[in-house]
Ligand binder design. Sequence first.
Ligand code: RIB
Length: 302
Amino acid sequence: MNDICVLGNFVADNSFYAKKLPEKGQTVFGTGFQVGPGGKGSNQAIAAARLGSKVNFLGKIGDDNYGKMALELYKKNNLDTKTVFVSKDHPTGVAGIMINKTDGTNSIIVYPGASMEITKDEVSEFSELIINSKVFLTQLEIKTNVTLHALKIARKGEATTILNPAPAIKIGDEFFNYIDYFTPNETEAEFYFGKKIETYEQAKEAGDFFIKKGVKNSIITLGDKGIYFTNKYLNFDLPALNLKNKVLDTTGAGDAFNGALASGLAKKMELKACLKFAIKVSGISVTKKGAADSMPFLKDVS
Ligand code: RIB
């Protein structure tokens, strides 16, 4: 049985660092620039693989240099690439990321390119693999009908499903019935809940709302306020990691959390231990630059 199957996107992140992000109509000088592997799905797959899980990444790239970057990344991190489709018609996606050097926060524009072209039929080619995975993890950076199709396939087996609803976009109510773990960040949770979330009490209300919608477990990630967990029987908050090093780049912090959550669930970790593990992995990732490149290895976490 495969540990984890991740469906999602790969894009090449073009990251610009500056002391202050530009306002509308303003040009500022940067303090640094790098191109590296990104895309929420791919970042999550790398996070889980570096934590020792056997991972398949199901996605689509272009037949170009950025596509080669993806394949090299998967080879280096022991990911099985038989599930990576290569498009002859569409380029590999890219993201433009502006990072504030002072606190590591960012603004991102994603051009998904080939990753948005993966089809239901292509996903169906790997139905058996999805069904036989311990965990199926996905996000909203590909077409939503393809994501829903894959979640339905996962439900035919015993895979625990995780939907990281990022970026926040409208999804039909049907979606919620196929989700074991729903993992929005604060802003995404506000989008789906329709109200501000500034306190744990409000996070609890949002969690209860998601459970009523049909998800089995809700985990709202709250940045430096940690996380808020809700299911039918339990609700509690857990604090963020007390960081020893400076925050350099928060790109991919949520992906680190989701990849680690998937890895912990596949290893049948106890719930709170698994959540604390995911918080730690995410905390470590923000002390390094880049997205996939910032994912820690298991030895860095213990
Ligand atoms: O979650 C971070 C990721 O979102 C970046 O790597 C960027 O590519 C965007 O997809």
